[in-house]
Design a protein around this ligand. Sequence first.
Ligand SMILES: Nc1nc2c(c(=O)[nH]1)N[C@H]1C(S)=C(S)[C@@H](COP(=O)(O)O)O[C@H]1N2
Ligand SMILES: [Mo]
Length: 263
Amino acid sequence: MKVNRKKKVKAPLTVEQKIRRRTFISFGAFAALGAGAVTSWNWLLDAPEETPGITGGTRVPLRRALNKTELFFRNFFSNKHLVKTYPITDAAKTPRVNSLIGIEDDEDFDISNWKLKVKLNNQKNQYISIEEIKALPKTEIVYDFKCVEGWDEIQHWAGVKLSDFLAHFKLEETAQKHYMGLETPNGAYYVGLERESILHPQTLLAYEMNGKPISIDHGAPLRLIVPVKYGIKNLKRIGTMSFSNSRPKDYWAEQGYDYYSGL
Ligand SMILES: Nc1nc2c(c(=O)[nH]1)N[C@H]1C(S)=C(S)[C@@H](COP(=O)(O)O)O[C@H]1N2
Ligand SMILES: [Mo]
């Protein structure tokens, strides 16, 4: 027997039906997006925490993303890229003092006995006086110093280019390592820097600010000025310099700040 299948003809949707359908679709889409967001947030929270130490503890996937971003910026800003400079008249007359870790907490410090201690490859140390450093070619820079806390200031610094210093004291072989570590004499503040920033032509071991010897608060007798980095990496009152192929410890990275802290 033959069944006579009637073709179903759909009646055109009324306006109300159309609205209802669209509302349903958009509600569904938002619900799905929301669920997706919650799921990925949970995934991030459940993800293993990286071993705290060199960098502040964070979830592994987040760190992976941060490292990708860092790599992008490192490739983007090569060490030929120069930071913008300004005329000396633009420099702050009474520059701001920000923080004094490794300075105000060191009562034993005696500036007249200071020497820079450089840890060499063969476990020996080399000691360099401020007079030896001041005898090297002087380089000046006026640039916008930036702190991660949100302030910036045009400042005028002078000292020896770190690359000139390494060449003069025949430290290039030691400095072949990928990182440099710097510490205050009492070890309370410490930073790690990668080779590109160390050898950057604007990076200085500074001993003058506004044409005068650096004040104690700004890091006398010798501080790092690394214009391609935020203030946190610009260690004041350098005591020890060392080199390594793994990341040296870094005070603010341990607190969760970005290790690279580049601009
Ligand atoms: N020894 C030492 N160096 C340091 C700091 C510190 O607390 N101790 N603070 C850093 C931070 S966060 C900034 S912004 C700059 C501030 O430098 P200034 O005080 O000369 O402005 O120094 C950096 N170097
Ligand atoms: Mo800072």
